[in-house]
Design a protein around this ligand. Structure first.
Ligand SMILES: *Cc1c(COP(=O)(O)O)cnc(C)c1O
Length: 844
């Protein structure tokens, strides 16, 4: 690489013009793209593109991006303006937009998704490298990541980021193939017939790996037979296929006849890898097998059944690809857990820590930076990044891309760790603050001087940099009791309800009471990023906290205290008006402060008898609202008392009818339309006719809906409450446990003390065997009274050690189960969890 001063002056001005930079292997002229995807449309300006975009929120380098206006839940065409405003000039669309976009190229195709796939397939076909295609029902991502761990030492590998294995994810993954890559690894996931043909054409695998096939057939397939034959289509042109012999005994005719197969089995002696012995040696799994007539062995650092099966698949793949047995064993021993999830937690000095210290590549950096950008609670944003390995890109080109991305995401402070980043530090000029360190230890030694304070810190490093050390140093002291929130599951639930809304119906998310106990700004930021229309909180303080955290969405306050109306104004909160006295006070307040047309929400009491105007008050209300210019009635709403209960359906119908009369009368008096809403979670699906203009989604976000049978709904639990064991002791029959001697063991046994009590929200009602917790997967009862900070479990029947994890609720023992145990409702269980319990957010 030429030193800076070697570059002739007249050259340096041109250095950033794309044609003078080495062409990237996935850089295409827009004319080439048009030809590849057979698109209509006129090219108004010649551009080179290297980045495929499918989400207008993920723009990093607009000039080089090609935006695909895909039809998802929303029509991608709706986002063209947003992308254009951010500088994107190249689009693949179904229709030329009506609006004029100067100097933008629109490639018009009949199917935008097919065009994306065709472009990726074309890109793939330019590379003559071995590509492993991975499919199955479970374990695809683990097997892919493990194969990567096993082979990254001697090959430059390109693979799907995370589990990007869908009809969209696969093309985006394959697009990353670069000159210099020696091996590709792509997983393919399908949910119905005919999808695999497309993924096969995009991935064009030369080697096939089949992971675990579930015995049940999934929704989307008629039978197991159909599911298996569809999946096997991925292997159509593979020369080598690796699979568990026992899984495919009935399906071998579906494999291409010309392919060489490599099978493994625990039963079938003729398999290429016959595993005949499995034992556990000091918390490791020891496998012995016969391979090519020889006895070979392998030690893996995992014990659970699924991991062992995935590991054997990887072992077989190494052998099938001619790694010597001894070398394979050596590498298998170092398999590390795969975690695709990024973790957000509270850090020192009011910082938020976003911990993605597991791996690092350009794609997952983009994902993590997006997540960082969604979190608005801190103005100041810091990225700590290590060198990135194995990308297949030239170093300078790689770090140019990284630097562009970091700059476009407006990072305030960049901290680079590693020699390669240090060498390329000039590329990061322009960022307000930059610091570079050769290694993690040096950074840790300078931690104090970096003065982390009230900022969001993304920690992203390659495994070898051991960034978990930085994460530990910056996190608050780990409280052992933790509420984990799975943000992907929450988004899944949100999208489930969105899909149930009639077209045009808005969605208000209820984030009162710390979002039902799950967190404040963390949840609100995610909802804002995912474009809900409204938020609602119970009290003004909650609204203020959201504004401080950078939430710009309109916020309705259900119970606004007149003493704090000035705060309503200052923080642009929208009050609910539920009585004449409140209306009078707010109008006077607006008058005194020179405010006109302030948005308010009128609450009608249709049967709850909690807050709201009653039927007989409507005439007077309408009189007061008519020609009142101090307020603007944004919405009129009411609340259903039993939307989930069939027994009260007549009552619900009456509520809906009362509400209809009320808003009709009010709208008439106002002379302008208002947003009308009455439905809470359980009403959304049970009472579609009551969706009106908006619904208010609360507990459904948390995967709980009394009106929908769980197995049908696709709702997922999002929260796990866990703690661990402080002490274990043996107790003789007849001895008592805990306060007031309420706990007694009938026989000699053992009890465990765990770190959760009624002050954490584990109520006293759970004591004396009423409540149960999961210890190493087994449900065990409480014994004795629950104390303030601790309680005891009867663990006589299970194998446990001090420090073991204990789960209070998760997907196995649900919040609903706990509610049943003590005769309450899930809402109360969730909102009781005290603020001292640390919240950790996961995003995959
Ligand atoms: C809490 C609340 C909701 C949400 O109810 P869920 O049953 O959790 O969906 C809706 N509307 C009002 C007025 C509420 O107070």
């Amino acid at each position: 690489m030429a030193k800076k001063f070697d570059v002739p002056i007249h050259f340096s001005v041109y250095i950033n013009i794309p044609t003078f930079v080495t062409m990237l292997s996935n850089q295409y002229s827009i004319a080439e793209v048009q030809q590849i995807i057979s698109a209509a449309g006129t090219i108004v300006r010649e551009n080179n593109i290297s980045i495929l975009l499918t989400d207008s929120r993920q723009i990093t380098n607009p000039a080089e991006s090609l935006f695909f206006a895909l039809h998802g839940r929303r029509n991608g065409h709706e986002f063209i303006a947003e992308a254009y405003n951010q500088g994107v000039r190249n689009f693949v669309v179904r229709h030329q937009p009506q609006q004029e976009y100067t100097a933008a190229n629109f490639l018009v195709v009949s199917d935008v998704l097919k065009a994306l796939q065709a472009l990726a397939a074309h890109h793939r076909s330019r590379f003559n490298i071995p590509v492993i295609g991975i499919t199955g029902s479970n374990g695809k991502t683990i097997v892919k990541e493990w194969l990567y761990q096993l082979m990254a030492a001697d090959k430059s590998i390109v693979r799907n980021p995370k589990s990007y294995n869908s009809q969209i994810g696969v093309p985006l993954s394959v697009w990353q193939i670069q000159e210099g890559n020696e091996l590709g690894m792509f997983e393919a996931g399908i949910s119905t017939i005919n999808e695999m043909d497309v993924l096969q054409a995009v991935i064009q695998p030369t080697i096939g790996v089949l992971t675990h096939l579930g015995s049940a057939h999934d929704e989307g397939f008629e039978s197991t037979q159909q599911k298996v034959t569809q999946k096997l289509k991925l292997f159509k042109n593979c020369g080598l296929i690796i699979y568990n012999h026992d899984q495919l005994v009935n399906y071998t005719t579906n494999l291409p006849a010309s392919a060489q197969t490599f099978t493994w089995s625990k039963n079938f002696k003729e398999a290429n890898l016959y595993v005949f012995s499995e034992t556990v040696i000091s918390k490791r799994y020891y496998l012995r097998a016969v391979y090519k007539g020889q006895e070979i062995e392998c030690l893996i650092p995992f014990l659970d059944e699924a991991s062992v099966e995935n590991a054997i698949t990887c072992w077989a793949t190494l052998l099938a690809m001619d790694y010597p047995a001894g070398e394979a064993d050596k590498r298998m021993e170092h398999l590390a857990p795969v975690s695709m999830r990024l973790e957000m937690k509270t850090g020192i000095n009011d910082c938020s820590i976003i911990d993605d210290s597991y791996n690092s590549d350009v794609q997952s950096l983009a994902i993590a930076l997006n997540f960082l950008q969604q979190q608005n609670q801190h103005k100041f944003k810091t990225l700590i990044l290590s060198d990135i390995f194995q990308s297949g890109l030239q170093q300078q080109e790689l770090y140019r891309q990284v630097a562009d991305m970091v700059k476009s995401k407006r990072i305030d402070r960049f901290i680079g760790v590693g020699e390669a980043l240090q060498q390329n530090r000039d590329l990061f000029d322009g960022i307000t603050q930059t610091h570079f360190f050769t290694d993690t230890t040096t950074l840790l030694a300078h931690l104090k001087e970096l003065n982390f304070n009230n900022e969001a810190i993304l920690i992203k490093g390659s495994r070898s940099f051991e960034f978990e050390r930085i994460s530990r140093a910056l996190s608050q002291q780990a409280h052992e009791t933790m509420l984990e929130i799975n943000l992907n599951a929450m988004l899944g639930n949100l999208n489930f309800y969105k899909s149930k809304l009639k077209s045009g119906v808005k969605l208000m998310a209820m984030v009162k009471a710390f979002s039902y106990g799950s967190g404040t700004f963390e949840v609100a930021n995610i909802l804002q990023y995912n474009k809900v229309d409204y938020l609602a909180v119970a009290y003004i303080d909650e609204g203020i906290a959201l504004r401080h955290a950078g939430i710009m969405l309109p916020i309705m306050v259900l119970n606004p205290e007149p003493s704090a109306y000035d705060k309503v104004l200052e923080f642009k909160l929208e009050p609910e008006i539920y009585s004449f006295s409140l209306l009078d006070k707010f109008v006077k307040f607006a008058q005194n402060n020179g405010v006109k047309n302030y948005p308010v929400h009128i609450k009608i009491d249709t049967g709850m008898h909690r807050l709201g105007f009653e039927e007989f008050e409507l005439d007077t209300l309408c009189e007061l609202l008519r020609n009142n210019h101090y307020i603007h009635v944004t919405s009129v709403f009411s609340h259903l008392v039993a939307s989930d209960a069939e027994a009260h359906d007549d009552f619900t119908l009456r509520q809906i009818s009362l509400f209809t009369n009320a808003f009709t009368q009010i709208e008439e008096a106002l002379g302008y339309p208002v947003i009308k809403h009455i439905s809470n979670t359980s009403g959304i699906i049970r009472w579609p006719e009551a969706q009106f203009d908006m619904v208010r989604l609360g507990i459904g976000l948390y995967g709980i809906d009394a009106a929908v049978p769980k197995h049908l709904s696709g709702l997922q639990p999002i929260a796990t409450l866990k703690t661990n064991i402080s002490q274990i002791r043996s107790i003789k029959a007849g001895e008592t446990v805990g306060y007031n001697r309420n706990g007694k063991l009938l026989n000699d046994g053992r009890i465990a003390t765990v770190r959760i009590g009624y002050a954490d929200g584990y109520l006293r009602a759970f004591g004396n065997g009423v409540g149960k917790m999961l210890v190493n997967g087994v449900l065990v009862p409480t014994i004795g009274n629950i104390a303030m900070d601790m309680c005891m479990l009867d663990v006589s029947a299970v194998e446990v050690n001090e420090g073991d994890e204990v789960v209070v609720f998760n997907a196995q023992q649900t919040i609903e189960d706990l509610a049943r145990q003590i005769g309450t409702i899930p809402y109360e269980i969730l909102t009781n969890i005290s603020q001292r319990v640390k919240r950790v957010y996961f995003y995959e």
